[in-house]
Design a protein around this ligand. Structure first.
Ligand SMILES: NC(=O)CC(=O)C(=O)O
Length: 293
């Protein structure tokens, strides 16, 4: 296992607020129980680096594709995958962002991220809010809404005083959502995500950096590794960006784990030096128009 570690440091601070995260860029196959075994193995290996929080990628127990979602879907929290995630968080005594899985709830399906405490308790459930329906000629066509329903709620949780927000993949393209997280005091935004060879190269890093600079927070994107044989080829490139917009670490296409030390004081430092949030002219550009224009 190859580990990459980056450190971020700005100036002298009296009280260092740090958070070590491990982001698992896992190669996902079509055998669900093998995927679960692999996730447990990689989390257990990552634990050797002593992270406080570990994250898995979007759709880590199933291939990413609408034809797979109904077959792989499980109820939350009473399914096999949730049991495994809860046990693994507890056995390793860490916070676990469980990537995402296809969720079945009644007659509906969702693309859902669960978050687990070191005691194995479910502390967050995020259903992808913006469904990935795009058609790029000669590139990628995908229509999640053929099968999935969209979630309607933001999701935050706390790790040692750091408020963390969750989005899933396509959610990263919606800056209004990130602004709401900023208003809630989020300092780290985590996106389990699976971009692709069409949108990945031009947009992946750009969007992660844009959200980090817009809202002056750490942003992490956690992708599956690329499987050249899969119908949908994930872009990989699991990434961590600082509140200054610096790419602290970015993986390639292969399976790997990125370990990053986040200096949370950097959030306050950047917000103090560039106080764009309090300088907004919201009276001029309220984007939620109530008019019929
Ligand atoms: N897979 C997604 O949800 C989003 C994506 O690939 C993109 O926005 O591009």
């Amino acid at each position: 296992m190859w580990f990459a570690r980056t450190k971020s440091f700005i100036g002298f601070v009296n009280l260092r607020r740090g958070l070590r995260v491990a982001l698992i860029q896992m190669l996902v196959g079509d055998d669900k129980s093998e995927n679960l075994k692999k996730a447990v193995k990689l989390i257990t290996e990552a634990k050797k680096e002593n992270p406080r929080l570990v994250a898995l990628p979007e759709c880590f127990n199933s291939p990413y594709g609408t034809k797979f979602f109904p077959k792989y879907a499980e109820p939350i929290p009473d399914g096999e995958t949730c049991n495994v995630l809860s046990e693994t968080a507890k056995n390793n005594n860490l916070y676990l962002v469980g990537g995402s899985i296809p969720e079945k709830c009644g007659d509906k399906f969702y693309n859902t991220c669960t978050v687990w405490s070191p005691e194995g308790k479910l502390i967050g459930v995020h259903r992808k809010m913006h469904l990935f329906d795009i058609d790029v000629k000669g590139g990628v066509r995908f229509c999640e809404s053929d099968v999935l329903s969209a979630g309607n709620k933001l999701t935050t949780f706390d790790v040692d005083g750091c408020k963390i927000g969750i989005g899933i993949c396509y959610d990263v393209r919606f800056s209004e959502m990130t602004k709401l997280y900023r208003k809630q005091g989020v300092e780290l935004l985590m996106y389990p995500a699976a971009f692709n060879p069409t949108t990945g190269p031009p947009h992946w890093e750009l969007l992660m950096r844009a959200r980090a600079v817009d809202e002056q927070m750490f942003v992490a994107g956690i992708s599956p590794a690329q499987d050249p044989a899969a119908d949908y080829k994930a872009y990989g490139h699991t990434i961590v960006v600082s509140p200054w917009g610096t790419v602290m670490h970015q993986a390639d296409y292969a399976e790997t784990t990125v370990v990053a030390d986040l200096d949370l004081n950097e959030v306050a430092n950047v917000r103090q030096q560039i106080p764009s949030f309090s300088q907004r002219r919201t009276e001029l550009y309220d984007t939620i128009s109530k008019s019929s224009l």
